[in-house]
Design a protein around this ligand. Structure first.
Ligand SMILES: Cc1cc2nc3c(=O)[nH]c(=O)nc-3n(C[C@H](O)[C@H](O)[C@H](O)COP(=O)(O)O)c2cc1C
Length: 327
């Protein structure tokens, strides 16, 4: 049986959240977690300005580029454009339930048409030497048949897809909006475990409401990898133990203060010197003290002060000082 490790612990693609600064701040905590970019529409690469940012996007590899789109030519061109920039894979978004996806024929609605997904996959695969992977759901509507999902998997496997990331729920586009489709539709973890049983030669990564590393470890008894989205974004320090727990790397333990002073703040300082505003970084750090005694103070102090015009990194140092004096 193949041993899969690259996707053992992944941070989910999240539009408006997992930008390159988030990924860099995450990378300082874990060398091994696989970090996904936000969804990038193929046309943004082919005709838009995203290509100009590519040299900075894969910094802190391993980073997976997530592409969305339903046009084989665009997807192939986008994959080819991105190939030289150091990504570890191209991931196709077949799970996004947003109205834009439905209108623009990308994301979840493509699960309705497995042969089209297979053609998109093939087009990308022919355009790049990077692995191409799929992120999907258990179905695009509540009545999506299990047999159709198996057919979807088999068609893609025939095209050479090795890795499936499955958000362990279907969607209900008729009843729910994008946000509700991430929470109200019931989760079905056993269905993903079953996929691994049926297709053990493929790599299966489970996603959906995994809230901590204990839960992540429990899933790994059944599947090859876990992907965490919201809970990781809102509790970044989960990553601190990931290399030790999930990759057996003997990394020294660090405190949040050490992480900030030694890695995160020097990085932010360099970026600010090049013109980036403090707010671009602070938002990713608001959850750094999640579940700690100082969580409320930290979040409130930064929210109230870091977004003021002209705010500097002093705000963060002041918050740290204040917390040290209270403890
Ligand atoms: C704000 C937000 C943005 C998201 N953007 C994307 C995206 O760009 N691509 C994607 O495949 N999924 C996206 N998702 C879905 C997540 O990747 C993930 O599948 C979902 O949140 C379930 O995982 P979680 O419960 O661990 O958050 C997004 C989710 C959220 C909350």
């Amino acid at each position: 049986m193949p041993q899969f490790t690259l996707h053992r612990y992944c941070s989910a693609p999240m539009l408006g959240a997992t930008d390159r600064h988030f990924r860099q701040l995450a990378r300082f905590l874990s060398q091994k977690a696989l970090l996904y970019t936000e969804l990038v529409h193929a046309q943004a690469l082919v005709r838009g300005t995203y290509a100009l940012t590519l040299p900075a996007q894969a910094q802190g590899a391993p980073v997976a580029l997530q592409l969305a789109g339903g046009e084989t030519q665009d997807l192939a061109q986008a994959a080819a454009i991105a190939t030289p920039y150091g990504f570890s894979e191209i991931n196709l978004n077949i799970g996004c339930p947003s109205p834009k996806g439905v209108a623009g024929q990308f994301g979840l609605c493509l699960m309705e048409d497995p042969p089209l997904v297979a053609r998109c996959f093939r087009a990308c695969r022919q355009a790049t030497n990077l692995p191409v992977t799929i992120k999907c759901r258990l179905g695009s509507n509540p009545a999506y048949p299990w047999e159709k999902l198996l057919n979807f998997v088999e068609l893609l496997a025939q095209e050479g897809c090795q890795t499936f990331i499955v958000h362990a729920r279907k969607a209900d586009l008729k009843r729910y909006d994008t946000h509700q489709n991430r929470s109200l539709v019931p989760l079905d973890y056993p269905a993903v475990y079953r996929l691994k049983e049926l297709y053990p030669q493929l790599e299966w990564v489970i996603n959906g409401n995994i809230t901590n590393n204990e839960e992540a470890a429990a899933h790994l008894r059944y599947v090859d990898g876990v992907m965490l989205g919201r809970s990781l974004y809102h509790n970044l320090f989960l990553l601190e133990e990931v290399d030790r727990l999930f990759f057996a790397l003997p990394t020294p333990k660090r405190t949040r203060e050490e992480y900030l002073k030694e890695r995160a703040l020097p990085y932010i300082e360099r970026e600010i010197a090049q013109g980036a505003p403090l707010s671009h970084f602070v938002r990713h750090l608001l959850g750094l003290y999640q579940y700690q005694r100082q969580a409320t103070f930290w979040r409130r102090y930064l929210s109230q002060n870091a977004y003021k015009p002209g705010a500097t990194l002093e705000v963060v140092y002041k918050a740290l000082e204040e917390m040290a004096s209270r403890s």
